[in-house]
Design a protein around this ligand. Structure first.
Ligand code: PPE
Length: 330
């Protein structure tokens, strides 16, 4: 079977947002058409927003949000950086549950977004309200089913990862993602599926929206957050799973040549889950097809996310723990 042209997977998976009917906006679950956002919203002009991406997986007990608490903590930290005040963690957690249930989704990608609305222009933010939106839609394999199964092609970006000294890379500030967009579009234009961004020192930072791992023998390595990547929640899950499976896990700086020489390379992210990398800059990684360590970690991760690994059910927050109630803590 031939591979879909690079970029096609992105377009085909982005369209499900059009099916989103209900959204949680500033405290209420409302039809999408009732969400009114001012064209002079501060965030639209300056990127002054913070967002999250949380997957909700089908389990035997119904849909469950993966590591909801950690995602909301990161969301709150980003909002704090921008000086926003958010609703309580409990209200946000219930908003995430409500958009999944309200749209009748069995599995979903949940997108909380806090942003500054219309008020003053310029940077004072004296009278700009904070708006909070939580949307949900069905999002299949981020880089296509084939990418998840057979691996994807990475291309080293000519754009460097924005410095954490310019904008903290450990938080999901909306404006920072213009950097990801530049890198991603360049990669796709060059025939690859995803971009590999190096940091200002020239070491591996991360993908446009994923963390990067290298496997060498029984060692599973990923760069530390100080190398200017988002300390991803999927990254943390995979480090935990790999250690529990008996691999040697390590956070260490990776150079591009080290990545090229690895036995296996894979990406992790909420959207990307565990995606194998089969080539970088047209050089095959290892023998090319996804290797055994990547496959094992991917399978274990997906079982854990679907509630099939008893040891990791602590990572799940069920949408309806009690089918008669939608409340309850995180
Ligand atoms: N790095 C970046 C820059 C990033 O945006 C993500 C998530 C990760 C690493 C992985 O983090 P985590 O999701 O906590 O494991 N990228 C989100 C955005 C995807 C999008 O296209 O939008 C995501 O996967 O939800």
């Amino acid at each position: 079977m031939t591979r879909a042209p690079a970029g096609v997977a992105q377009e085909t998976v982005a369209s499900p947002t059009s099916a989103t009917t209900w959204m949680w906006f500033d405290g209420r679950l409302v039809p999408r058409g009732e969400v009114h956002i001012d064209p002079l919203a501060h965030a639209l002009h300056y990127g002054t927003g913070v967002f999250e991406g949380i997957r909700c997986y089908t389990t035997a007990e119904g849909p469950a949000l993966f590591r909801l608490e950690e995602h909301l903590q990161r969301f709150a930290a980003g909002a704090g950086l921008l000086g926003m005040t958010l609703p309580s963690m409990e209200e946000l957690a219930n908003a995430c549950r409500a958009v999944v249930a309200g749209n009748g989704l069995a599995s979903a990608y949940v997108r909380p977004l806090a942003f500054y609305g219309a008020g003053g222009m310029g940077f004072r933010l004296a009278d700009n309200p904070t708006h909070v939106l939580v949307a949900a839609w069905e999002w299949g394999a981020y880089m296509g089913e084939q990418g998840l199964r057979d691996g994807i092609a990475l291309r080293t970006s000519t754009w460097r990862k924005i410095s954490t000294n310019a904008l903290p890379s450990n938080l999901k500030v909306a404006g920072a993602y213009a950097n990801s967009v530049l890198a991603f579009r360049e990669a796709v234009a060059a025939g690859a599926d995803e971009a590999l961004l190096l940091n200002e020192r020239g070491d591996v930072a991360e993908g446009s929206g994923e963390n990067v791992f290298a496997v060498r023998g029984r060692r599973v390595v990923t760069p530390p957050p100080s190398d200017m990547n988002l300390p991803g929640i999927t990254r943390d899950a995979v480090l935990t799973l790999a250690a529990d499976l008996g691999y040697e896990v390590e956070e260490a700086t990776l150079t591009r040549p080290e990545l090229l020489a690895a036995d296996e390379v894979f990406l992790t992210g909420t959207a990307a889950e565990v995606t194998p990398v089969r080539e970088i800059d047209r050089r095959p990684i290892g023998s090319g097809p996804p290797g055994p360590v990547t496959r094992r970690l991917q399978a274990t991760f997906l079982r854990a996310a679907h509630g099939e690994e008893p040891g990791y059910r602590r990572w799940l927050s069920w949408v309806r723990r009690d089918p008669t109630a939608l409340d309850g803590g995180v």
